[in-house]
Design a protein around this ligand. Structure first.
Ligand code: PMP
Length: 392
């Protein structure tokens, strides 16, 4: 049997690989996976609405549904977008199986074999994995506290005529926790306009802001319909339901709908109705407030402990929201070697190297603070602090 050429460029996720090592150690504390807190999943509320859906509309919930998505949910997503100052109608929305599917479809939309995709450096590992089967080249553009370094982006665009798409996570990014300034967002739009490039704005963490003012999404600033906005209920409601959406120009949405027909016909009908019914019956704002309250405490705790316990040569980001922070060890320190020693202490994290599309940066680490309890954060970060202090 001959396999397709695309398989040669696909690789297993470093997070899921680390996850397997962690799972093999019962009781291991993990700052590796990007999992929301288990305590914040509204299981009882979902049970109640599921009962209601199955009693009243069971045959609809368990039947095939429209490819575009469950209409009442689409209408609510239009309102969610309007609250973000994005003018949208149902024609601008496509429901997807998590925003992960929307990321994959976006590469399918814009990227041919050999084309260049621009990402942040580092970028979301799941997006790199989704783009790879399209046999593209990556150009990671370095980031600072205000977002992508746009003079570097311009230098790349001047030289490379094959760039077809820019993918960014401007709010509380996975993996660094950083947020783009308003100026960078505006400037990115300007540059993308000059080169007529689409921007895929992936915003699953935007609602989870602990402090400071919301910054408009790039989509809200976009007057040329060049931003493809990706939203998700995974981080504010239930990741396991796999409900996300695309908000974009209606001609593009028509094409996304055709991709969706070919990929999986439709997103899970019951899951879409569960999200819709939750929005009818409960206050999503309250749910988000609760998430913010819990994660802020964990962010504060993890940052304080890192500052106290890690060697002073370790740098960290200062996330104002979301679920992650980013660590940089001195040059020459190999985070994957440290991971093996950390696992012996029953603590896991993800080495940062795989998040860089063009390699390097083995001295970095992503830490998740949403999933572990406060007690586990105290114990785990304490153990990592002792380990790192022994090692360098
Ligand atoms: N984008 C980013 C930046 C993410 O961190 C994640 C989840 N880890 C996703 C997209 C995928 O989310 P979903 O559950 O909506 O598919």
């Amino acid at each position: 049997m001959k396999l397709s050429t695309r398989l040669s460029v696909m690789k297993p996720s470093a997070i899921r690989e680390t996850g397997k090592q962690i799972a093999a150690r019962p009781g291991c504390m993990s700052f590796a996976a990007g999992l929301p807190s288990p305590q914040l999943i509204p299981v009882e509320k979902v049970r109640k609405i599921t009962d209601k859906i199955l009693k009243k509309k069971g045959a609809i919930a368990l039947q095939y549904g429209p490819t575009k998505g469950h209409e009442p949910l689409i209408e609510k997503i239009v309102k969610i977008m309007e609250e973000k100052n994005v003018t949208a109608t149902r024609e601008n929305i496509q429901i997807t199986t998590g925003s992960q599917q929307a990321i994959f479809f976006s590469a399918m939309m814009f990227v041919n074999k050999g084309d260049t995709v621009i990402t942040e450096n580092p970028s979301y590992l799941g997006a790199l994995a989704a783009f790879r089967p399209f046999e593209c080249n990556f150009k990671g553009i370095d980031v600072d506290e205000d977002g992508m370094k746009l003079d570097e982006l311009e230098a790349v665009l001047e030289k490379d005529n094959n760039v077809k798409m820019i993918y960014v996570v401007p709010n509380f990014s996975n993996p660094t926790g950083r947020t783009w300034s308003l100026e960078r967002r505006k400037k990115l739009l300007e540059i993308a306009g000059e080169y007529d490039l689409p921007i895929v704005e992936d915003n699953p963490y935007g609602e989870i802001r602990f402090e400071g003012e919301d910054i408009p999404t790039i989509k809200a600033l976009d007057k040329e319909n060049r931003v493809i906005y990706l939203g998700s209920f995974s981080k504010i409601f239930c990741a396991g339901l796999r409900v996300g959406w695309i908000c974009a120009d209606k001609n593009l949405i028509n094409k996304y709908e055709i991709m969706k027909q070919g990929a999986d016909l439709q997103s899970n009908q019951l899951a879409q109705m569960q999200v819709d019914e939750f929005l009818n019956e409960y206050d999503m704002e309250e749910q988000i407030k609760e998430i913010i309250k819990v994660y802020k405490v964990k962010r504060d705790l993890m940052c304080r402990l890192i500052d106290e316990k890690f060697p002073k040569t370790v740098k960290r980001t200062d996330p104002k929201g979301g679920m992650f922070l980013w660590i940089e060890f001195p040059n020459g320190v190999d985070a994957s070697k440290l991971l093996q020693k950390a696992l012996e202490l029953n603590v896991g994290f993800v080495p940062g190297g795989p998040f860089y599309p063009n390699g390097g940066h083995e001295n970095t680490v992503r830490l998740n603070y949403s999933n572990m309890s406060q007690e586990q954060i105290v114990e785990g970060i304490g153990l990592l602090g002792e380990l790192f202090s022994r090692e360098f």
